[in-house]
Design a protein around this ligand. Structure first.
Ligand SMILES: Nc1ncnc2c1ncn2[C@@H]1O[C@H](COP(=O)(O)OP(=O)(O)OP(=O)(O)O)[C@@H](O)[C@H]1O
Length: 219
């Protein structure tokens, strides 16, 4: 489904931050992406989301080589990927409910069809009481849960999450991990970038470990 072959990345004239990175993300797989701060996790996620192009090597996403892909094809490909960014990227002029419902609206679904589903997911992540407020009044942990709900609502083929439990307490982190596991069981390939060892110990999943831009994989 996703394939990296000998991928290298540098920013501008700087050093290579990813070196000879090769891996595959099979459909329905579950993996953690980990490694010390600055190892390149966010950069790798940005390549996976096609927000960056590699400096060398091959990246194939859903059968398309991203070096030669037409820019106009990107939005449709990206719609198949749910993303939880480290900085959440919620739209401040829309309520929490509207932010989470957005991927469904973009797909042209009717609110009457999705309203209950969106409300149920917001309840599940503990935002039932906060769905009518605007993101600027949410706490960091609440924003994170809203961003997670938005990434999950449309059952993407791939979910990318950058430190998705970084702003919540351990019980809530376990609950969110259960949500990712459930999504994975229903068919989504999940990639979670995290430093949190206790979180990783709760699921037996593949570990992709980056160290100074090089990737090792432990099945
Ligand atoms: N836009 C950028 N321009 C220049 N250098 C960058 C840019 N983004 C990241 N880097 C550099 O690339 C390297 C990898 O950064 P990246 O954010 O991918 O690491 P990370 O593993 O996600 O770190 P953290 O766990 O601290 O979020 C770092 O040396 C960083 O300084």
């Amino acid at each position: 489904m996703i394939r990296f072959e000998n991928v290298g990345l540098r920013y501008g004239m700087g050093p290579e931050v990813l070196r000879d990175v090769s891996f595959r993300i099979p459909p329905r797989s579950f993996q953690f992406l980990t490694g010390p701060s600055g190892a390149g996790k966010t950069s790798l996620l940005r390549l996976l989301f096609m927000a960056l192009k590699p400096t060398r090597g091959l990246i194939n996403v859903f059968g398309k080589d991203i070096a030669t892909i037409d820019r106009s094809e990107l939005p449709l490909l990206r719609r198949r990927i749910g993303v939880v960014f480290q900085d959440f990227r919620l739209l401040d002029h829309m309520t929490t409910y509207e932010n989470v419902a957005l991927p469904l609206r973009v797909r042209g679904k009717e609110e009457a069809v999705y309203r209950a589903e969106v409300e149920e997911l917001l309840d599940w992540v503990g935002l039932g009481e906060r769905m009518r407020v605007l993101p600027p009044v949410l706490s960091g942990g609440e924003k994170q849960r809203a961003a997670i709900a938005r990434a999950l609502i449309d059952q993407p083929e791939v979910l990318l999450a950058d430190e998705p439990t970084g702003n919540v307490d351990p019980p809530l982190a376990r609950r969110l991990l259960r949500l990712f596991a459930e999504l994975n069981r229903s068919g989504t390939a999940v990639i979670i970038a995290t430093h949190d060892l206790t979180l990783m110990d709760q699921v037996s999943a593949r570990r992709m470990i980056l160290d100074q831009g090089r990737l090792n994989i432990y099945e």
